[in-house]
Design a protein around this ligand. Structure first.
Ligand code: ZN
Length: 458
């Protein structure tokens, strides 16, 4: 079937959407645009849910229904998120040939407005050409970029669809069939403040404790299924005050729930053990040569078990039967690790006479508070699932080879799948997302729209 996409109109819609501000929690401008647009296109139902109470957004998720005219087809849904990352306000789209970018001082917003523009064009061409199709539901969520909040607050019983597609990934002609689960970690290290010039002995630097723990951690790619990162750090008051409170925030992701738990536990243990190993006042910290563990390497360069000169600070990890020891990958082998009863790390300082200035610090022990939350569950679809079979057939009908891949990102689709609503992720052509270099090729947007059309008429 020839698909009559109006390329100029599609480009215009995309630009209008990008130039409508919708940072997370302020999606109302886009929500109003969609409401007007789909009213004009004859949607039979436009519902804004009450998720705003939970998300703090200025609007709820939008669920828009088109009943279609083919009773032999089941209802399917398409989902996009309305919010964009910062800097995302005041976007001015620059079109150079087929390539859309921002002026360079904001993101473009193709994440996820490329998907939204394609959906609007899809409905327009279905109607203009009186194409027979089954019932469609369009779901537009809020606050995806700040923790999938809109999706999490969605009452999924509002959807009639049995499965659907989230349009939200880089690349084109690419279908994401699996994504990892993620734990979010918030770690607060408490030391004691003191004047750094007058009474440094009285302080316990929460920053040094945090740094000490971080250097003992493995971060980045942990194994073929898992990653870890700390991306935020807050704390400190002034250069002349020893910081008494540092908060760091990070995440662990894994396609394996067992590994997710093991890697998260490893981070928790490391922080707890560093705190237990105090005192090592930074003012008396040994030099690199004296330090019993000379490894100053970032985890990616950490020596192997054989090379590592100091015992692991970790107690042996309780390995699951299915879990290879190697996958935990600590540079010191677990068999070398001391038992929890042994001193977990040698104090870098020999006990030394202390003067009275140290009394306050000695009366106070540092502490750590670790909060772990499951940010989103993993998703995994099988090629035989109807949701994948349908898009595969659509690809064949278009004469395209679609790539089916497992990816490392989490998105609204993780949440929809956890609701029992099979959801595959379709790449929209968006590129360099979450940067001011974000761009989109109009040819990819057209390819996406063609694929959506093929899915609907499949
Ligand atoms: Zn996105």
């Amino acid at each position: 079937m020839k698909i009559l996409i109006n390329q100029e109109r599609l480009a215009h819609t995309f630009v209008q959407l990008c130039e409508t501000d919708s940072p997370s929690r302020k999606e109302k401008g886009v929500s109003d645009y969609l409401t007007r647009t789909f009213q004009d296109l004859g949607a039979t139902s436009i519902v804004e849910d009450n998720s705003a109470q939970q998300t703090g957004s200025d609007c709820g998720n939008l669920i828009i229904s088109f009943p279609g005219n083919r009773s032999d087809q089941e209802t399917i849904f398409f989902a996009c998120h309305m919010d964009t990352v910062e800097p995302g306000c005041g976007v001015e789209v620059v079109q150079t040939g087929d390539i859309f970018t921002s002026r360079g001082d904001t993101v473009l917003g193709s994440d996820d407005k490329s998907g939204i523009a394609a959906l609007i064009e899809l409905i327009r061409i279905l109607q203009e050409n009186r194409i027979a199709h089954g019932p469609l539901e369009l779901l537009f969520t809020t606050c995806e970029e700040i923790g999938l909040l809109g999706a999490k607050a969605l009452d999924c019983t509002r959807l009639k669809a049995g499965y659907g597609y989230a349009l939200d990934s880089t690349g084109i002609d690419r279908i994401i069939t699996g994504a990892p689960a993620a734990n979010k970690l918030r770690i607060e290290v408490h030391g004691i403040a003191a004047h750094a010039g007058l009474h440094p002995e009285q302080g316990i630097s929460a920053l040094c404790l945090t740094a000490n723990a971080i250097t003992k951690l493995r971060l980045g790619r942990l194994d073929e299924e898992s990653t870890a990162n700390f991306g935020l750090i807050h704390g400190g008051v002034a250069t002349n005050i020893i910081p008494d409170h540092i908060t760091i925030e990070g995440e662990v992701r894994s396609h394996s729930l067992q590994k997710l738990a093991a890697h998260t536990a490893e981070i928790q243990r490391t922080f707890q053990q560093v705190i237990e190993c105090w005192p090592f006042p930074p003012s008396l910290a040994p030099t690199a040569l004296e330090h019993p563990c000379p490894s100053p390497f970032p985890p990616s360069l950490a020596p192997t078990a054989l090379e590592h000169p100091c015992p692991s600070p970790f107690p042996p990890v309780a390995l699951q039967p299915s879990m290879e020891r190697a996958t935990l990958g600590h540079p010191c082998s677990a068999s070398q690790a001391p038992t929890p009863l042994e001193p977990l790390c040698p104090s870098p300082l020999p006990p030394s006479p202390r003067n009275e200035n140290e009394t306050q610090a000695l009366d106070f022990s540092p502490s750590v508070t670790i909060n772990v939350q499951l940010e989103y569950p993993a998703m995994r679809l099988e090629l035989s699932d109807p949701v994948l079979a349908r898009v595969k057939e659509a690809g064949i009908n278009l004469g395209r080879t679609l790539e089916f891949q497992v990816a490392g990102g989490g998105s609204d689709a993780n949440i929809f799948n956890s609701f029992g609503l099979p959801t595959a992720i379709i790449a929209t052509g968006m590129d360099k997302v979450h940067t001011t270099d974000e761009c989109l090729d109009l040819k990819d947007l057209i390819r996406l729209t063609e694929l959506l059309f093929a899915i609907v008429v499949a």
